[in-house]
Design a protein around this ligand. Structure first.
Ligand SMILES: Nc1ncnc2c1ncn2[C@@H]1O[C@H](COP(=O)(O)OP(=O)(O)OP(=O)(O)O)[C@@H](O)[C@H]1O
Ligand SMILES: [Mg+2]
Length: 329
């Protein structure tokens, strides 16, 4: 091999070394020593891309027989793992569960982001104490807003002014959802999506255009909520979205004074329903004053060491197992 005909196998190995394994497809374009190489910058922060490109080019130019290096940068669109949190009925604790599940997954090492798809009644900005923060746009994409809990988030609640009525019709709602999910998520690989209650436009758009990897269904224990939950379950099942499992929220009231437990909404209904439908039961979250107060204060219980966070960590452990089994299978 002479200086005029560079050894492509050796240069390929050099390129891999220079680019932390991100270079591929190295070829020689002409006799003059022009090389072309593809640099995959998927998941790299924009400010880290140019230095890596420069390092690759300079390193290759230093090799014998190389006169010019053309680097084509590509960023593969990452397939995000999307966990939809839904319920048939409103007010059963979806948003509370979604926020705490995301934080608990983050604590387990999952690179997770949160989307508030409840475009008619967004509540995650309040739950994560980021109501006043506006997401910026980079190019045509929104940049998720960081928060103290390490779970970047996007919500229409951060785009609309607080208290402003959001009366979007179907197509606009779909567009909004698209912007939230197809955002500049960086190295996030899992999105927890808080859905509005029911089985309306947003759920359909979600299923048709951003098919979730799996769905977590939240219900309170009483029959009426469970009947609605069944409706949400069949919507996902018809669309072949696997149900990760059912969470029973507001199960058993823990009295802040005496510590005793009572069951205002009944007990065990969701677990029995999960068993009857052949679904996994992901856990029970008690009705606790501490959960409500912490949530309203913008401090999700799963972020602290208070016992009120424990049920959410238990649910997250099961969801993480499901994700792990899915990856392994
Ligand atoms: N386990 C719990 N213990 C005490 N309060 C709770 C619990 N779960 C939820 N809440 C409270 O119940 C209210 C409704 O919860 P949340 O907003 O999470 O429900 P949702 O299902 O998302 O409602 P919507 O259908 O309106 O989106 C909130 O004030 C929340 O703090
Ligand atoms: Mg909600």
């Amino acid at each position: 091999m002479t200086d005029e005909a560079p050894d492509l196998a050796r240069l390929t190995a050099t390129a891999a070394e220079l680019s932390e394994g991100r270079a591929s497809g190295l070829r020689r374009l002409d006799e003059a020593g022009t090389l072309a190489v593809v640099l995959d910058v998927t998941g790299l922060a924009p400010e880290a891309r140019r230095p890596l490109e420069d390092q690759l080019r300079a390193g290759l130019l230093a090799e014998a027989g190389v006169a010019e290096v053309r680097v084509a940068m590509t960023a593969e669109k990452k397939a995000l793992t999307v966990i939809a949190v839904g319920s048939g009925k409103g007010g059963v604790g979806k948003s509370t569960l979604a926020a705490n599940l995301a934080i608990a997954l983050q604590r387990r090492g999952v690179k997770v982001g949160l989307v508030d798809a409840d475009i008619y009644g967004p509540s995650l900005p309040k739950l994560l104490d980021s109501e006043s923060v506006k997401p910026e746009a980079r190019g045509s994409k929104l940049v998720p807003v960081p928060n103290a809990y390490g779970v970047p988030m996007l919500s229409t609640g951060q785009i609309a002014a607080p208290g402003q009525a959001i009366a979007w019709r179907g197509p606009m709602a779909g567009k909004a959802l698209e912007q939230l999910i197809d955002a500049s998520w960086g190295d996030i690989d899992t999105l927890v999506v808080d859905l509005p209650p029911g089985t309306g436009d947003v759920q359909l758009t979600m299923i048709q255009r951003h098919k979730p990897t799996g769905a977590v269904i939240v219900s309170t224990p009483q029959d009426l909520a469970l009947i609605d939950a069944t409706r949400a379950i069949s919507l996902f099942e018809q669309a072949d979205v696997p149900i990760i499992g059912l969470v029973e929220n507001m199960a058993g009231y823990v009295c802040p004074h005496c510590g005793g437990t009572s069951d205002p909404f009944g007990h065990g209904g969701a677990e029995a329903a999960a068993t009857a439908m052949g679904l996994d039961f992901l856990g029970r979250v008690p009705l606790m004053m501490g959960i409500r107060l912490a949530s309203d204060g913008g401090v999700p219980p799963a972020a602290g060491t208070d016992p009120a966070g424990e049920p959410f960590h238990a649910v997250a452990a099961r969801v993480a197992d499901w994700l792990g089994a899915r990856k392994a299978g």
